[in-house]
Design a protein around this ligand. Structure first.
Ligand code: ASP
Length: 336
């Protein structure tokens, strides 16, 4: 009996399914000034394929009765390993020309959470965030300490050069060349590609996970919203959110928590709640970005106030979407 339970845990299998409970998943690969003119056809096709693979990896786990936790981990690790997104391989560069990675995970059940920031050598930061949640008494660990803990628990390390891609290096050099020029600081061009996932399993449990390299040219020690529980990531019994955008604003507005608090206390639908925060509150303060949000009925909302957001979803009714631009099938929900 105990053996079966342990085996199920290892496979991320949930217990007996609740009748009629739908499964659902949404993912993002970042929001920003994503325009058709900036993406060639082959790159766009490759990005859509990567989004689809991550979405399907997570959904297959849910379909087979696996947990929301296992589903978001599968989707996010896949996106971290892809060079197209700003998380793990393909992370943006700091002002000093380094990669510093942040990630977090939260489970609706028991509101358990784990977060890491300022990593330079951990291959999949989301796996370390999960280990902090499951194998330490803490919620958040940073920098050298977090990497010492990673060693203790056997998390995979890579040489920092693993994260570097030529495209991100060029972005960094462009950013550097613009320093000192008027409007050099326009942060709206400085992020793309943070990744995240939210999922609902057969048990009715929700989970959210987010992973990022932050913003190009960020100063030493800067931490954005992605690893801040309540800002870039939140899950409770009724709602899960992962965010992407100009992190400082998402922290100041506690975006992910605010959306779920509106669902919980204000009785708003997840779509109305996410729209209100992303389309009104964030831009009112001067920020921009987007979120993926999911409720316990399997309703998905994918609002963003930028030109595009890499995104995908399979909602509780099985409706699937993969999209990039703001004119594709609406930003609010999974399309049939
Ligand atoms: N939110 C991330 C940060 O501020 C950046 C992004 O979403 O691309 O670190």
């Amino acid at each position: 009996m105990i053996r079966t339970a342990l085996l199920s845990l290892a496979l991320g299998l949930a217990g007996p399914a609740l009748a009629d409970t739908p499964v659902a998943i949404a993912i993002h690969g970042g929001a920003g000034t994503i325009e058709r003119s900036k993406l060639d056809e082959a790159t766009e096709a490759a990005i859509r394929a990567e989004l689809a693979a991550a979405l399907d990896a997570g959904h297959a786990i849910l379909d087979e009765g696996g947990t929301a936790q296992a589903a978001v981990i599968a989707a996010v690790t896949r996106l971290e390993d892809s060079p197209y997104f700003n998380a793990g391989k393909g992370a943006v560069f700091t002002a000093d020309g380094r990669n510093e990675l942040d990630a977090s995970i939260m489970l609706g059940k028991g509101q358990r959470a784990g977060a890491v920031a300022g990593l330079t050598r951990v291959k999949n930061p989301i796996l370390l965030a999960e280990a902090v949640m499951q194998r330490s008494p803490h919620v958040m660990m940073i920098g050298a300490g977090a990497e010492a803990f990673a060693k203790e628990v056997g998390i995979a390390f890579v040489d920092p050069s693993h994260f570097r891609t030529e495209g991100r290096w060029q972005q960094y050099l462009d950013w550097k060349a613009r320093q000192g020029q008027p409007r050099a600081q326009a942060p709206k061009d400085r992020y793309f590609g943070t990744v995240g996932a939210v999922a609902l399993d057969r048990q009715g449990e929700l989970a959210a996970a987010t992973s990022t390299g932050g913003m190009t040219g960020k100063r030493y020690g800067r931490v954005g919203d992605a690893p801040i529980i309540g800002a870039g990531t939140w899950a409770d019994e009724g709602c899960a959110v992962s965010a992407t955008g100009w992190g400082e604003f998402f922290i100041r507005l506690a975006v992910a928590h605010d959306i779920c608090a509106r669902v919980r206390y204000g009785k708003a639908g997840v779509e109305a709640a996410a729209e209100e925060v992303v389309m009104r509150r964030v831009p009112e303060l001067g920020g921009d970005g987007g979120v993926i949000a999911l409720d316990a009925k399997g309703q998905v909302s994918l609002p963003f106030n930028t030109r595009g957001m890499y995104r995908g979803a399979i909602d509780g009714k099985g409706r699937r979407t993969i999209a990039i631009y703001d004119d594709e099938g609406g930003a609010d929900a999974a399309q049939p």
